[in-house]
Design a protein around this ligand. Structure first.
Ligand code: AKG
Length: 199
């Protein structure tokens, strides 16, 4: 949700600020959008982030509680790829995801099914912010302009806890990205609570 009010998410963010994760990431979406075709045939752009929940990228055996504060470095609009959110979706479980376009070499994930009929677009001024929970369904539209769309993303979280029963994040097992190959070879798990954007 866009900042400016005193939303629950904003208050939550303040409360968690002292648990700041050591991650400050820059997301850059180059313009203009490069058209590509998806396996399912829907038009999409390489510069858009498909509907997803961040937690779908993380470890299935850990319990997370985290937020992302997404700060655009220029005005973001429907034209250059502002964020969209599905209100209340942070209360849902992690839904089934798959690699974008069902291409297992792609790191990015998209939810298999999303009811986006109540989605809210969040245009924001430069230096403004949106805040979302790790289970909030969100999407960033394609950048149709000739200018890059830049954002800084800060993650805040309580320490993840071990779950009694692990979940089946099968979409992670089938991926064959270079990142996953490196991780499997090293026998390591994804960074706990860490954000992984891009490849
Ligand atoms: O900046 C973007 O294009 C997407 C960002 C995103 O999906 C996220 O912050 O989780």
């Amino acid at each position: 949700m866009a900042s400016g009010g005193t939303s629950n998410a904003a208050r939550h963010g303040q409360a968690l600020a002292h648990h700041r994760l050591p991650c400050l990431l820059a997301a850059e979406v180059e313009g203009p959008a490069r058209p590509a075709s998806r396996a399912k045939g829907d038009a999409r752009s390489d510069s858009q982030a498909d509907w997803h929940q961040d937690e779908a990228y993380w470890a299935p055996d850990l319990e997370y509680n985290s937020i992302s504060i997404w700060v655009p470095l220029q005005e973001v609009t429907l034209e250059n790829g502002c964020m969209h959110f599905i209100p209340g979706s942070h209360k849902l479980e992690v839904a089934a995801h798959r690699p974008i376009g069902q291409d297992s070499s792609i790191h990015g994930l998209e939810a298999e099914q999303v009811d986006a009929s109540h989605a809210v677009a969040c245009p924001v001024a430069a230096g403004g912010a949106t805040i979302h929970h790790c289970r909030t369904f969100h999407y960033a539209g394609p950048n149709h302009t000739k200018n890059p769309r830049l954002a800084y993303i800060n993650g805040f979280a309580t320490p993840p806890k071990q779950r009694a029963i692990s979940r089946d994040f099968y979409w992670k097992d089938s991926r064959q990205t270079l990142r996953d190959e490196r991780r499997r070879a090293a026998g390591t798990k994804p960074t706990s609570g860490g954000r992984q954007i891009g490849s």
